[in-house]
Design a protein around this ligand. Structure first.
Ligand code: NAG
Length: 384
């Protein structure tokens, strides 16, 4: 209570958010997260493929969220009613070296898909210390990097080399920055890869210096962002950039990267496209969600949690806990699945067509973030 009282006072002083913080306890959010973990595994997990609801990149996100929850619970293999470390061992064995599966060695035609899986295996390595998981992440990163570069540090979005977009580049930046901090013998090489991605993102205008990471394509003759309606900032790209910058700050021992991450986070939680000012929750622009976009917000939530470790900030705590509260109150179906709009859908909008595994997994990331961030307590909280 002392924490919440102080936090409310601090939040009141900031004036950024109209509602004072009224977060619940860590135990409450942890319980939400565990309940949702059980639902996801029971309802959607297919042990024969290691995937959730036959989804590929989304499954990497759900596995990563399970790793986050395990870490929060003290690094235990038991998460809710499931034993997750053996699940990952099985997942590894099924895909690595086997010729009878699709997406062998976690490679496929899309470099962004590969990046999500590399980040998952890094999270699994962090948790278990199993070195073959880190080696697997390295081999995935090499596949991404070796695509043949376009525009300096830019990589193609897919193996058909049709476009150079944002997400696969910011993912390579993040994967390489993570590896730089975990593979001492190759740290310089990975720092070089991450730096090259970051330079590409800035020079191309994919990151426009106004703290937005746009979603568009690069003209590979001019190496500049193609102007047009595809340049829509989206929560997940903001999130991946934040996580990449936090790792790069460690790799380069340079807090300047945290400052950039803070400014990206600030835009990500205040821009009206991403923020429901009335409820104080995270939001996503409306318009026909699909199995990709229904996943996005949770990725931003996860990376706000990661930034909050380096730079605890009452504003991150506020939006994450309000979102978690609203998820539980407004966005949950009777069977425990969670819809894509965390503020619910009181206006009855047409939300498009997406698997409830995807939106539940996305919300799951926010519930975990709430549990971790509430645990942080008052110490070290900074208000900007
Ligand atoms: C979303 O994923 C589910 C599960 O894989 C699939 O059945 C469905 O067709 C997908 N929806 C769209 C719009 O692609």
């Amino acid at each position: 209570m002392r924490f919440l009282g102080n936090a409310a006072l601090i939040a009141g002083g900031v004036g950024l958010f109209s509602n004072a913080l009224a977060a619940q306890s860590e135990a409450v959010y942890q319980n939400y997260a565990i309940t949702t973990a059980n639902l996801l595994v029971n309802k959607y997990y297919d042990g024969s493929t290691g995937q959730f609801d036959t989804l590929w990149w989304n499954s990497a996100i759900t596995h990563t969220a399970l790793a986050d929850l395990s870490a929060l619970l003290g690094g235990t293999s038991t998460v809710g009613s499931h034993d997750i470390f053996p699940m990952w061992d099985d997942l590894y064995t099924k895909h690595v070296g086997s010729t009878s599966v699709s997406n062998q060695n976690f490679l496929n035609p899309y470099y962004d898909d590969e990046g999500w899986w590399a980040l998952f295996w890094i999270a699994a390595y962090d948790l278990t210390g199993i070195s073959k998981y880190l080696s697997l992440a390295e081999s995935i990163a090499a596949d991404m990097h070796n695509t043949g570069q376009a525009c300096g540090g830019g990589i193609w979005w897919s193996k058909s080399k049709s476009v150079v977009a944002t997400i696969e580049n910011v993912l390579l930046m993040s994967v390489a920055a993570h590896l730089a901090n975990r593979v001492p013998g190759s740290a310089d090489m990975y720092k070089g890869w991450a730096d090259a991605s970051w330079v590409f993102l800035q020079n191309s205008g994919e990151y426009n210096g106004n703290t937005f990471l746009l979603g568009g394509n690069t003209d590979t003759s001019t190496c500049k962002l193609v102007a047009g309606t595809n340049n829509i900032p989206s929560t997940y790209q903001q999130g991946v950039l934040i996580g990449a910058l936090v790792e790069l700050a460690t790799a380069h021992k340079d807090g300047g990267y945290i400052d950039v991450a803070k400014s990206v986070a600030h835009v990500s939680i205040t821009n009206s496209d991403f923020y429901n000012a009335q409820l104080g929750t995270m939001h996503e622009p409306l318009g026909g969600f699909d199995n990709d976009s229904a996943q996005f917000k949770g990725i931003l939530a996860r990376n706000l949690m990661i930034l909050n470790r380096a730079h605890p900030d009452i504003n991150y705590l506020n939006i994450i806990t309000k979102s978690a509260d609203s998820i539980w109150a407004n966005a949950r179906n009777a069977d425990g699945t969670i819809i894509v709009l965390w503020d619910g859908n009181p206006s009855g909008n047409n939300l498009g067509s997406y698997s409830l595994e995807v939106s539940t997994s996305s919300a799951f990331e926010c519930l975990i973030a709430a549990a971790e961030m509430v645990k942080g307590g008052t110490l070290g909280i900074v208000v900007d």
